[in-house]
Write a new protein. Structure first.
Length: 142
């Protein structure tokens, strides 16, 4: 076996490893979609309930909300890596929903001081909207 054959064999293994890495990233992206949907559903219902029940207002709600929103950021980064790294096209609406979700997190966060009186409603309804965006993005094949 010559040097060129040896190089090709090693190169093919690296290609297989790269393809396997992208398959793992894709699986993480799919599982992450369900995490985003579920986490936003839970914190949204919690925040809406906290609007009426003061006993549900706790620091844990805000930590869980932060985790749900960071999960959106992670999803978008995974999606960008998959599209850029694999060189394949994703559905335009799928990407649109991901970026709208990121923008929505920013908008919700920017209004938290102005709507302080209705902060729990803001995060509750915003969380339901984010959950809906996640469902729509999941239904559109990437």
């Amino acid at each position: 076996m010559g040097v060129a054959s040896s190089y090709r064999a090693g190169h093919d293994r690296r290609g297989d490893a790269r393809q396997e890495a992208f398959l793992i990233l894709h699986d993480l992206h799919v599982v992450g979609a369900w995490v985003v949907i579920g986490a936003n559903a839970v914190v949204a219902v919690w925040a809406l309930a906290a609007h009426w029940l003061a006993a549900l207002r706790s620091r844990a709600l805000w930590w869980c909300t932060a985790v749900a929103e960071v999960a959106i950021f992670v999803q978008v980064v995974l999606g960008v890596v998959l599209v850029a790294g694999e060189g394949r096209q994703a559905e335009q609406l799928h990407m649109f929903y991901g970026f709208v979700a990121l923008a929505t997190v920013g908008i919700i966060y920017s209004y938290r001081q102005q709507l302080h009186r209705w902060c729990f409603l803001l995060y509750g309804l915003g969380g339901l909207f984010l959950m809906g965006l996640g469902i729509r993005a999941l239904l559109i094949k990437a």
